[in-house]
Design a protein around this ligand. Structure first.
Ligand SMILES: Cc1ncc(COP(=O)(O)O)c(C=O)c1O
Length: 410
């Protein structure tokens, strides 16, 4: 048996994904099975657990100082992405969102415009709104017939010409569409950014999770060719399922940028914690075998989703990702019926603080908790996001639940 098939009971842990109050707030059913928060239901790599255990066995969790963490990361990036990084351009930071927020704050002013691709991971919106930046949505058009999102370069050019943005806040591979951008596409985006003197902050937290045979292009490898200001941020958290141990890496495009970011971190006393750093180091050094197995398993789970939808004769379609473990499900075919059901049964769809019609519909009728499409911006109410980083048996259970809900409409 594949160890990734093992079902681990997380319900008695402090996991956010399994928290009944949170689940109830958007699924209207605290017992709905969780397929939302983006962490995996797989045990983290054993070398990571061993490294943490060693610290605990030593028994003193004092201030850490490591000399070679940047080198450990750059070696991993070279092997995984064929990316040669000068360690003097690297800054270590706590979580990815902390890195993104710091960079936005450092490289733009209140009132400045920032281009953000949509659909968007919601915390990007919260960061920009919280820092009083003006968001310019760059929509990735959806083609329903092929169930896929696309990149519209003309609209990016137009938005840059109209709004004179300071920053493009990019997400590559893209959450939630699962797009892995080609080198050509990244080059085109970088060229547009250069023309408009726009800095790029590229959140590449999902980069190590591109599937076998898919190639990820780190933004800095392209921006270097055209001398563009760019910060590429990576992290081991999604890759190795250690998201509770906040750690990320900012790769700056110049020493000047590295100095500015480091100085700001120092003045705010921001540093990665001991166990987060220990986990990241062990993962980057010894986690690759585990990661390769997980990637094969995730690709298999995509097939499981497809075939289970098909067996059920479902009208819901999967937006097939090229990386990571989250996927949009296009529910346009059933949305109008759900909206009608909501009119007839307003009590079932009561707003408990979060979510939308679909997350409540699937929560109540299918016992499945997923992020509602509205979480990713206006106009995505006909989608839900399904997290398939779990044993295939649970994927089948979840998709069957979705299809049970769908059948309740007929
Ligand atoms: C694109 C993206 N960025 C950032 C994060 C969160 O990163 P962190 O927990 O390290 O702040 C996530 C988590 O799902 C994500 O998908």
């Amino acid at each position: 048996m594949n160890t990734l098939d093992t079902i681990i009971d997380r319900s008695k842990t402090p996991s956010a994904k399994y928290n009944k109050t949170l689940i109830s707030s958007f699924a209207n059913n605290e017992d709905a099975r969780p397929y939302w928060v983006a962490d995996m239901d797989f045990k983290s790599p054993q070398p990571v657990l061993d490294a943490i255990k060693k610290e605990l066995d030593d028994g003193i969790l004092g201030y850490p100082s490591f000399n070679d963490t940047k080198r450990i990361f750059t070696s991993f990036a070279l092997k995984r992405h064929n990316w040669q990084i000068d360690p003097s351009l690297v800054v270590i930071s706590p979580g990815m969102l902390a890195s993104v927020a710091l960079l936005i704050e450092l490289y733009s002013e209140e009132g400045d415009t920032v281009i953000l691709p949509f659909p968007s991971y919601k915390p990007f919106v919260s960061i920009l709104e919280g820092l009083n930046r003006t968001i310019i949505p760059w929509n990735l058009p959806f083609d329903r017939s092929s169930s896929s999102f696309h990149v519209d370069m003309d609209s990016l050019e137009r938005l840059c010409a109209q709004h004179d943005p300071s920053i493009l806040l990019f997400c590559s591979p893209h959450n939630p569409t699962g797009i892995v951008f080609s080198r050509q596409q990244i080059f085109k985006i970088a060229t547009i950014a250069k023309e408009h003197d726009m800095m790029v902050i590229s959140d590449e937290i999902h980069a190590d999770l591109v599937y076998p045979d898919v190639v990820h292009t780190p933004f800095n490898t392209v921006s270097k060719e055209i001398d563009l200001r760019c910060a590429t941020c990576m992290a081991p958290s999604k890759t190795f399922n250690i998201a509770g141990e906040h750690f990320s890496v900012i790769v700056c495009s110049s020493v000047e940028m590295r100095r500015k970011v480091s100085r700001r971190q120092q003045s705010l006393h921001i540093a990665a914690d001991l166990l987060a750093t220990v986990s990241a180091r062990a993962a980057y050094q010894h986690g690759s075998v585990w990661l390769d197995q997980v990637l094969i398993y995730l690709q298999h789970n995509i097939e499981v989703i497809r075939s289970t939808l098909k067996q059920n004769g479902s009208a819901i379609s999967l937006v097939v990702p090229s990386a990571s473990f989250i996927a949009f499900l296009d529910c346009s075919a059933i949305y109008d019926k759900v909206a009608l059901d909501a009119l007839n049964h307003p009590d079932i769809y009561k707003d408990r603080g979060d979510g939308g019609l679909l997350s409540r519909f699937f929560g109540v009728y299918g016992n499945v908790a997923m992020n509602d499409g509205t979480w990713f911006g206006d106009g995505y109410e006909k989608f839900v996001r399904f997290n398939f980083a779990c044993p295939s048996e649970k994927v089948i259970e979840g998709i069957n639940g979705i299809c049970t809900a769908e059948r309740s409409l007929s």
